[in-house]
Structure formats: C-alpha cells, structure tokens
Design a protein around this ligand. Structure first.
Ligand code: FES
Length: 160
C-alpha cells in the first residue's frame, strides 16, 4: 500500500510504502534491500548524538536492508520526515529527507533500492547518503541514530 503524508510544507511531502502504524501516529516504509558496504569520501559525517532523541519507530518494523521515512520534529519546529535505513541488526542510519539539489522531499519509494527524489530524479545511497545519480551533487545530511531497546531513536539536528 502506498501512502503520501504531507507534513507542514509541500516540499517535504513523503511517499511511504508497505505502511504500518507505529505507536499512535507514525507511519513507516519498508522497501527492499540496500547496496554494498563501501562508504564514499563524499559522505557526510554522522554527528555525535546530542539533545533529545526521538523514537521514530520500532526496530522490529524496519527489517535489515529496508528503507523507511518517519515523521520527526526538527529543532526549528517543523515536522518533516527522516529517512531511515536498517544497515544491519544493530545499526540504523538516518538522513534528512531534504534533497541537496533544490530541497524537494527525498523518498524511500524507489525501484532501485535507493532513496529517490522525484522532482528531478536524484538518487542517494542508503548506506551513506551519497549521490548515486544527479542532478544533486552533495550527500544527504545525516543524523545520529541508534537502536535503544526495541525502538529506533534519532537525534534530529539542524541542516548543515
Ligand atoms: S530537488 Fe531533488 S532532484 Fe531536484
């Protein structure tokens, strides 16, 4: 089942697939396998966890190799989706869904096991957020994320 959720701004619309209710409000996506292990030099650093972490979904609802988008509160007060990728049993990676080309919402909905921006076709690697296909040139902004107990906790920071 495909769903589209509109958070606060049109530029942050997010497509979701294989949705499931998480807690009382969150929806998620689980969309297939990822790519190889290598992280390119263009990948942005994962920041150190700081501030208040947010539980975005249950770890059990994001199988290894799956991608998702879940709504989160941002420091500026906006509510916008965070992209998630379950790298392995113990590791979840989190990214801003703001396309580095012109700011459209990047989605986990893709037929190529990547994160995809439908505005102009940019594609990003789920394992490090780097650009697989332009016109975007810069990697996605990363957030610290961890699996705490049964939850996926993400530390959303300002865009950098
Ligand atoms: S805004 Fe994403 S490809 Fe142009």
């Amino acid at each position: 089942m495909w769903l589209m959720t509109d958070f606060a701004q049109p530029a942050r619309r997010t497509f979701m697939c294989a949705s499931a209710a998480i807690g009382s409000a969150a929806l998620l996506t689980a969309c297939g396998d990822g790519h190889s292990e290598a992280q390119t030099p263009d990948a942005k650093d994962i920041p150190t966890p700081s501030g208040e972490g947010q539980v975005l979904m249950k770890a059990a609802d994001l199988p290894v190799g799956s991608r998702a988008a879940a709504p989160a509160k941002h420091p500026n007060g906006e509510k916008a989706a965070v992209l998630l990728f379950r790298k392995d049993e113990k590791t979840v990676l989190a990214y801003s869904n703001k396309c580095t080309h012109q700011g459209c919402a990047v989605s986990p909905k893709s037929d190529k096991n990547d994160f995809y921006c439908a505005c102009h076709g940019s594609r990003y690697e789920p394992k490090d957020g780097t650009v697989l296909a332009g016109p975007a040139k810069a990697a996605l902004t990363r957030y610290a994320a961890e699996i705490k107990g049964k939850d996926i906790v993400v530390y959303v920071t300002d865009e950098s």
